[in-house]
Ligand binder design. Sequence first.
Ligand SMILES: [Zn+2]
Length: 696
Amino acid sequence: MINRRQFVKSIPAFAVAGHLIFSESPARAQEPTPLKGHFHPKGKAPSKFTIEVLEEARSQLPFTDKRDFEEQKKGFIAPMKEMHIPADAGHVAWDMERFQFLYKQDDFDSIHPSLLRQSVLNNNYGLYEVVPGIYQVRGFDLSNITFVRGKTGWIVFDPMISAETVRAAWKLFQNHVGEELPVSAVIYSHTHGDHWGGVRGIVKEEDVRSGKVLLIAPIDFMDHTISENVYAGNAMNRRLFYQYGLLLPASPHGFVDMALGKGVSAGATGLIAPNRYVTMAIEEFEVDGVGMVFQNTPNTEAPREMNTYIPGMKALWMAENVTAVQHNVYTLRGAPVRDPLNWSKYINESLYRFGLEAEVMFASHHWPRWGNARIQEVLRAQRDLYANLNNQVLHLANQGVTINEIHNVYEVPEGLQNQWHCRGYHGSPENNSRGVIQRFLGYWDGNPANLLPAPQGESGALFVEMMGGSEKILSRGRQLHDEGRYLLASEIVNKLVQAEPQNQDAKDLLADVFEQIGYQQENVGLRNSFLAATYELRSGIPQGETADSSSPDVIRAMSTELFLNFLAIRMDSRKAEGMSFTINLITPDNGEKFIIEMENATLTNIEGYLTDKPDLAITIDRADLEQVMMGSATFESQIKNGTAKVDGDVTILAKLASTMIEFDPRFEIMPGTKAGSVPVAEADPYEAMPGKPIPE
Ligand SMILES: [Zn+2]
């Protein structure tokens, strides 16, 4: 199995794409010449139209408001001197050197000026004092790590993604603040992987189990930590390459930022289960002698999330509910659309409960806000941003604006557009507005012509025929490109690429079109997606070939029911035609039992029941089942050595295994981009593959 990290490891081979062999084709007369200094040999300079778009943004946006820059550097104690943080496995877990190009020029004609601004702000890299007793290490990962002084030690908020980056942050912190105090508590603000993945870098599991270290999380944290990413995990991983631009080199013509931070670290991820849950809507208790008020905010930025107020310090921790971006309501990697009205209401509650007296507000990404007036300004604007998205989009939908037009109609109110933290760096108004319609009305715009779309390839072929052949489309497409009408060019050239996936001239032209659209974006997800597709159209999909197992901690967090549900997704129903059997699964150590049934080429399970006459009964401790889920043992071997007890027809297991598919994240998105396939390494058919938890 190839997981995302392995896929990423294959980048270096592709960063030197110039050495790859491209399918040869004669240069077209009007084709712009490649840009010297571009990371890709077919890369183009921004056109005059693109430059105009960026110049207009430069003249219209409120660049005179420099408060973010003051807040970003306020309290700076020490820089991190090493530009690379090594991973225990030997590769580089974190590389800040690749972003130094951002300081070489004041402006770039291939980066939206607002995005450039955010990219430079996110380039902070060191230790900061928020207020006496609260510190943050920023720029060591996608997220910040925060230290709050307790009576006997340090209370850690959100231990980032990797143990290595967390250890490096703790070392820098101790070098400057002192080494005498231990970590007394850890708080996970929410379920996304960049807020807990590095926990093993700062506490020992036995200290959490014994209660020596308090580990606090919102209610149902474990249930939701990986469930968001399992069922469609492979597709999400693949889409993440687009949204997060994971294969793009850092460059003015490639990757520049991830909006929430510079990028995702590539170290060791782990998860320790909390020993204290915040169960009530509002709950107040002391953490290592510090009075804290926890506000649960379910179904906001994450399925489970919580803000924290420290009254004694007038300090408000807004988790990831309020950061320096318009966040994702619909995230391009794919996730159930978030509820912006609910999100807004929780921000409003934070405002009236804590925000009227708070003197500092800090979060798991970006930089703090100081002073009550500034805090209220930001909270109110963020509250209105998400409420407006919900309300105005539905207002328009109720007048007939559809999911296919809303992004051209909906506009963020001007008062919010002029506040930097409401800009669409992470979520875009275009995708968020479509997301709201998807949430309430789904993908259908109401036009039956769009209700049963014809197969893309067939439709493309008909268009090509009707338009008089590929040469005509190429010529008209190039003309539209030369006129700066990129969205229209994209429409017709995409038809040709769909019809003729092997037509490299068509793919190259579409790549040129996408590249200009990418350069013009303020939003990282849009920029990265267009530039990632550009890359794949020109070079094909990179190949990785290492196999790896999922993190044991993540598998442990997966409920048996979730695992069985996922097996049913991995099963190719077409291979299960005619199969019929019933299995009783009993896991005595946690007292669970399941009936698993194969019928009608469909695998189902029900928890809490056993059938009288199963074809097979399996009794195995959940702890041992995890070895199977991780692929470190097979059912076969566990039956042989007596770890699993079976009664009935064991051949059923082989039958079931024969229906399982290994998902591979290298599937084609753009037609004709699949390079020579490297066989996927052998894996246990029952291995779960949630991969690396998805950060956001
Ligand atoms: Zn995050």
